[in-house]
Design a protein around this ligand. Structure first.
Ligand code: PGA
Length: 245
């Protein structure tokens, strides 16, 4: 089973162009994460994809609360959201999100029975120092992000490895490096008893490279940004995936 996740970021979607169901002859899961105001439209009009959100607030009270501008996990559930992206590098950078906040979001989302897509990834200066610096950087993120996450929840967590320098740059990581990182991440997670977490890659995924990534047994799916906004582009990706042996 492979997961193809569309992260539309802050783009205004042309919902009509997404309505037609592609010929899905394979065991793949397609998830679309639109900006919040479009959740309902995606749910109503795109029957062939599951619904994801790009973020969630780290507090949730039964009667709501005084948190201007925020959206709770309960609200996401109300709209039929099943998956939530947490800790994207753009949220870490522009929203000044810390690993501690990310951890709170994860614990709360798991409690609310959402599937968590946790994004981790190193900046270029770390990657240039080599694989052990990269490993340390990612471990430090994971240690805090997954603090107090118990193995009961491991089926509900995806780790999306997105090297920051590969996001929106047209420059992907090599399959070799990604699988090496996947191995290191899995090794670290195993020390916490988290053996079943799924591993995704994200960063300039397009129809020209998705086949190579998804052929690998180490990679359970992809998180697609720029190439997921336009329905035609995204369907090109799906076509490649559907043809994979
Ligand atoms: P990109 O974005 O595909 O445009 O590189 C991926 C992401 O940020 O999730």
């Amino acid at each position: 089973m492979k997961f193809i996740i569309a992260n539309w970021k802050m783009h205004i979607p042309n919902i009509k162009s997404w309505q037609k169901k592609p010929n899905l002859n394979k065991d793949i899961r397609i998830i679309i994460a639109p900006p919040f105001p479009f959740l309902n439209e995606v749910k109503k009009n795109i029957s062939w994809a599951e619904l994801g959100a790009q973020d969630v607030f780290y507090k949730d009270f039964p009667n709501g609360g005084a948190f201007t501008g925020e959206v709770s996990a309960s609200m996401l559930k109300y709209f039929g959201v099943k998956y939530v992206i947490i800790g994207h590098s753009e949220r870490r950078k522009y929203g000044k999100e810390t690993d501690e906040i990310i951890n709170e979001k994860i614990l709360l989302s798991l409690k609310k029975e959402l599937q968590v897509i946790l994004c981790i990834g190193e900046p270029l200066n770390i990657r240039l120092k080599g694989i052990s610096a990269t490993d340390n950087f990612l471990k430090n993120q994971l240690k805090i992000d997954l603090n107090k996450v118990t193995k009961n929840f491991q089926n509900n967590i995806f780790i999306a490895y997105e090297p920051i320098w590969a996001i929106g740059s047209g420059r992907t990581d090599s399959l070799n490096d990604i699988t090496e990182v996947a191995g290191l991440v899995r090794k670290f997670l195993a020390t916490k008893g988290l053996n079943k977490i799924k591993f995704l890659y994200g960063g300039s995924v397009s129809d020209s490279n998705v086949g190579e990534f998804l052929k690998s047994k180490e990679i359970d799916g992809v998180l697609v940004g720029s190439s997921s906004v336009d329905a035609k582009e995204f369907k090109k990706i799906l076509n490649v995936v559907l043809k994979l042996k």
